[in-house]
Design a protein around this ligand. Structure first.
Ligand code: SF4
Length: 619
């Protein structure tokens, strides 16, 4: 272990081997600045350690809890932690970010990257309290819901507060889209919960009370202040606090961005109604997922009475509510709030669960399932029982627990057209028929059709946001038509590189929507690390991370054929306000891909990074 002080970092990697019951602190990489943190640094570890042909649910998978150099409560949006692994759902690069304070605790314990390998012989928790690292058997936690697990573990650990990350029954039963939870926040996508479950690791309890050394505290705090000033000055901030992510629901519906009835349409016409009920009946107050969040997009919700009675909890974000309303054409918002809450308690991803249920409804209508497993469009009464069955992998729940790609493989040819995914990850609640660059970004995302990385693309061409990227060459959004296809490749590359920065720095992505730019991040890093880093260099670090994840996927056997969009979401909607709007049809995805590959410096036919690109990025 090097004694060299690394400014801006907790200072080490911690490798825990659950099979051997051992823990080893290792120094941070010498080329730390090249990867910086979060998903880029974790990609380097996973690329170097993973042996192709391994089983994502085998003990050989690596589960990395990665903080970033800006995981700090003083940083605008600094409360995030990245969880990286090989996804059991897609068998490709897997990552998921979670809001909250666990990253602070990890760094204060002197750890930036916690790498968990192996498999414990019995249900186990990993406790890290500053320099003390221990594994404890915890058979009594098996089968408990997530919030109860956190409660029981905290009781067991005594009065000192720990930040607890846990899995629910979904993760224990290896539902392929199960989550890692932290106080009702989810690392939702790609099945990190199943990886944790496959290792018999039920929870992590983190407590750190040290400090992270800073190269120039005054400069760091000054840069944080500048970032906060930009957030305060942004007209989006009060709107975001007032309406949260659900504020966008009526607009999504009106703008053709709301996947409806398993993507048969991109609009529903019920957006305002759903929003009105949510804010009139369920919403209690805004909430920040860590102390220090000034935007506070989180929602405290409840259903106070009736069959869907649900205690006050944080949840019911746009994606989750859309998954249990528009995806399934369910108009009962209380049922959707309840279903989203259940998913968080069972530890399963709301988006993939809602998408799988919508697909089941479609396959039921087509008669592709036995009578007893069918459910009708809009039938919210089935939600609780179906979600329980998914979490426990009982009956039809075992089919649903595998996600739509595997469901379609089992249900046969007639079902295929309705299995909406890219690279095996179910589509979120944004429709590329609202703006073509979103489609390109979905098709090329390393983790598949996710709701995080691609959304800037839509923010740019459809919603006219520039994210402070004009100085880096982004064409002015006002000069771009959402439904045009030509000229999007280069912009999507830049939007992805910039949009990936929160995954590396481990900060909240929404702050990029309210004024925080690469230059703000670079200034904070200059203060914390002492590096003479610029916004351009940060974008290159992100580009390096994206390329490394791409190389990982290619080594897993993925080809350019996986850079695809399901035909349904490239086609004219079957109904709704855009059903006659030919311009929303995606006509030439191949042409858009060619432009994008060229911008990335990838082979234009195969989508493989060219030698000169790898050399430029030092890969
Ligand atoms: S804006 Fe929302 S997601 Fe981001 S840190 Fe605040 S509460 Fe968490």
């Amino acid at each position: 272990m090097t004694e060299k002080k690394v400014y801006g970092y907790g200072g080490s990697e911690l490798w825990v081997d659950l099979s051997r019951g051992s823990a080893e602190r290792r120094p941070l990489r010498e080329d730390l600045r090249k990867y910086c943190g979060g998903a880029a640094y974790a990609a380097r570890i996973i690329y170097d350690s993973w042996v192709p042909g391994g089983d994502p649910l085998g003990e050989e998978n690596l589960l990395i809890f990665a903080a970033g150099p800006l995981t700090d409560p003083r940083v605008p949006g600094g409360g995030s932690l990245e969880i990286c692994f090989v996804s059991p759902l897609t068998e490709l690069w897997g990552e998921s970010r979670i809001g909250g304070e666990a990253g602070f605790s990890l760094r204060r314990a002197g750890i930036d990257f916690l790498v968990v390998t192996g498999k414990a012989s019995e249900p186990t928790v990993l406790v890290i309290e500053n320099g003390d690292v221990r594994l404890e058997a915890c058979p009594e936690l098996s089968g408990e819901l997530c919030s109860r697990k956190e409660e029981l573990l905290q009781e067991h650990l005594g009065p000192k507060p720990f930040d607890i990350l846990s899995i629910g029954p979904g993760g224990e039963n290896q539902v392929l889209y199960s989550t890692v939870m932290h106080k009702h926040r989810a690392a939702g996508r790609c099945g990190g919960g199943a990886v944790m479950g496959s290792k018999n690791l039920l929870a992590l309890a983190l407590r750190g009370t040290g400090t992270v050394p800073l190269a120039d505290e005054k400069a760091f705090l000054g840069a944080c202040r500048e970032g906060h000033k930009a957030v305060v000055a942004s007209p989006g901030t009060p709107e975001f606090r007032k309406w949260g992510t659900m504020g966008g629901y009526p607009y999504s519906d009106a703008s053709g961005d709301l996947p409806t009835k398993n993507w048969k349409s991109n609009s529903w016409g019920k957006g305002q109604e759903i929003f009105d009920h949510y804010y009139g009946t369920n919403f209690q107050r805004p909430h920040g997922c860590y102390r220090g969040c000034t935007v506070q997009c989180g929602r405290i919700l409840q259903v106070s009475e009736g069959p869907w009675k649900t205690p006050s909890h944080e949840g019911g974000e746009y994606e989750s509510i859309a998954a249990f309303t528009a995806f399934c054409t369910n108009e009962d918002v209380d049922a959707a709030v309840h279903a989203s809450w259940l998913c968080n308690e069972y530890g399963i991803d709301t988006i993939s669960a809602g998408a799988s249920l919508a697909f089941l409804m479609e396959c039921s209508e087509k008669g592709l399932l036995p009578e007893e497993d069918r459910c009708a469009w809009g039938d919210s009464l089935v939600f609780p029982e179906m979600l329980r069955k998914i979490a426990l992998r009982e009956g039809v729940g075992d089919l649903l627990a595998q996600g739509v790609r595997r469901m379609a493989e089992k249900l046969g040819e007639a079902s295929l057209e309705g299995a909406i995914h890219v690279k095996g990850l179910e589509g979120p609640a944004h429709d590329p028929r609202s703006g073509k660059s979103l489609g390109l970004s979905y098709a090329t995302g390393n983790r598949g059709m996710c709701h995080i990385h691609p959304v800037e693309a839509k923010g740019w061409d459809a919603d006219k946001q520039d994210f402070g990227l004009l100085p880096y060459g982004l064409p002015a959004p006002e000069e771009v038509a959402p439904w045009d296809e030509e000229g999007k490749g280069e912009a999507v590359k830049l939007l992805q590189d910039a949009g990936n920065l929160p995954e590396i720095l481990c900060t909240c992505k929404f702050y990029q929507y309210v004024g925080v730019t690469p230059e703000h991040y670079a200034a904070m890093l200059r203060g914390s690390t002492g590096w003479d880093i610029t916004g351009e260099e940060l974008l290159e670090i992100s580009e390096r991370g994206i390329n490394l994840q791409r190389l990982f996927n290619l080594r897993q056997g993925m080809t350019a054929e996986a850079d695809e969009l399901p035909s349904r979401i490239r086609s004219l909607p079957e109904f709704g306000r855009y059903a006659q709007e030919e311009r929303c049809v995606i006509r030439d995805l191949s042409g858009m891909l060619r432009e994008y590959y060229a911008a990335r410096g990838w082979d234009e036919a195969e989508g493989i990074p060219l030698e000169e690109t790898l050399q430029r990025l030092g890969l």
